[in-house]
Design a protein around this ligand. Structure first.
Ligand code: 13P
Ligand code: SF4
Length: 298
C-alpha cells in the first residue's frame, strides 16, 4: 500500500481528522482534510467531531487544538516542530511586563505557548488582530510576542500598543530591496505580504494579510501575476486554489524549517502509534481557553 493510501486507511480506523497549516510541505497539504491559516485551523479544532486531531503544523497550533478540544487525542507528528517566535516570551517575562503595566489588557498572538495564553486576556491571529484590538476598548494594551504584527495592527487601529520585542526569523529575511527587485521583474503584479514582515516591507506592500487572506485576495483580484511575501509553502496552496494565476515568492529564503519537519512518513507513523500526543496541564488549559474563546467570539 502506498503511503497516502495507508494514511487514509489509518485515518478511517482512528476516526481522525488531519489539519495542515498553509506552510506545510505540498504532499502533506494534499493529504489533509483541511488546510488553512491559524484562525481557520483553530475553528476546525474547536468544531470537529473526530476522536483524533492530527496537527500538521507547529506546537502552538497543536496546543491550541488541545486547549479547545481536551477530550480528543491531539497528535503533532514531529514533536520538535516549534515556533521560534512563540519561544521569545515565557509566562514569567509576561508577568513581569504586566506588573509594570498593571492596568493594561494583554492581547497575545496565537503564536505563543499555552502558559502565555493563560496570562492573556485575549488571543488573536493575523486574520483578526485588528478586530480583537478594537474589541479591547480604551486603555493600555500589551501585545506579545510579535512586534511586527503588533506595530502593523497599531497603525490600522490608530493607537499605541505596548509591544514585546519578538519577531519571526523567517519573515525577517524579507527586506525592502527584495520587494523592489521583484517589482522590477513583475511591474504589474501586486505585492502581498504577511504582517509578520518588517514594517519597511509592510509599508511598501499592496496587501497585508494572513495566509488565508492571501487565498481570498488571489481569487478576487484581476491581476494574473502576484508577488508573495510569506513562507514558501503558501505557493503550493495558492496554485492549488487558483491554478490559472502565477505566484512568485519574493525571496527564496522564506522557509520555516519547523513547518517543513512534518513528512508523510511521520504522519503515517503518528496515526499508527497515536504518538506524540500533546498535553496541556488542566489549570493552564482552562485559563488559556478563556483567551481563545474570547478571540473566537470576536
Ligand atoms: P497565519 O495565521 O496567517 O496562517 O500565520 C501563521 C504563521 O505562523 C505565520 O508565520
Ligand atoms: Fe513561527 Fe515564523 Fe514559522 Fe510562522 S513562519 S511558525 S511565525 S517561525
Amino acid at each position: 500500500m502506498d503511503i497516502v493510501a495507508r494514511i487514509k486507511e489509518l485515518k478511517k480506523q482512528r476516526n481522525a481528522v488531519i489539519l495542515a497549516h498553509n506552510y506545510q510541505n505540498p504532499e502533506v497539504q494534499d493529504v489533509a482534510d483541511f488546510c488553512g491559516d491559524s484562525l481557520g485551523l483553530s475553528r476546525q479544532a474547536a468544531e470537529t467531531d473526530a476522536d483524533v486531531i492530527v496537527f500538521c503544523g507547529v506546537s502552538f497550533m497543536a496546543e491550541t487544538a488541545k486547549i479547545l478540544s481536551p477530550e480528543k487525542i491531539v497528535l503533532l507528528p514531529e514533536k520538535m516542530a516549534g515556533c521560534p517566535m512563540a519561544d521569545m516570551i515565557d509566562a514569567n517575562q509576561l508577568r513581569e511586563l504586566k506588573a509594570r503595566h498593571p492596568k493594561a489588557k494583554v492581547v497575545c498572538y496565537v503564536n505563543s505557548s499555552a502558559e502565555v495564553k493563560a496570562e492573556s486576556d485575549c488571543c488573536c491571529t493575523s486574520a483578526n488582530v485588528v478586530d480583537v484590538i478594537k474589541a479591547m476598548g480604551p486603555g493600555e494594551i500589551i501585545f506579545v510576542p510579535d512586534r511586527n504584527l503588533g506595530s502593523w495592527a497599531a497603525k490600522q487601529v490608530g493607537r499605541e500598543l505596548i509591544l514585546w520585542d519578538g519577531f519571526c526569523l523567517t519573515h525577517h529575511r524579507l527586506r525592502p530591496e527584495d520587494v523592489e527587485a521583484a517589482k522590477a521583474a513583475h511591474p504589474e503584479a501586486p505585492v502581498v505580504v504577511h504582517p509578520e514582515c518588517r514594517p519597511e516591507v509592510v509599508d511598501i506592500a499592496d496587501v497585508v494579510t494572513s495566509t488565508e487572506g492571501m487565498v481570498r485576495f488571489a481569487k478576487q483580484t484581476e491581476a494574473d501575476d502576484i508577488l508573495i511575501g510569506t513562507e514558501m509553502g503558501m505557493i503550493h496552496r495558492l496554485k492549488r486554489e487558483v491554478p490559472e494565476k502565477n505566484f512568485y515568492l519574493i525571496h527564496p529564503g522564506l522557509i520555516c524549517p519547523n513547518m517543513k519537519m512534518t513528512t508523510l512518513d511521520k504522519l503515517a507513523q503518528s496515526l499508527e502509534t497515536l504518538t506524540p500526543q500533546i498535553e496541556v496541564p488542566e489549570d493552564i488549559r482552562l485559563r488559556a481557553k478563556e483567551a481563545l474563546d474570547r478571540m473566537l467570539a470576536i
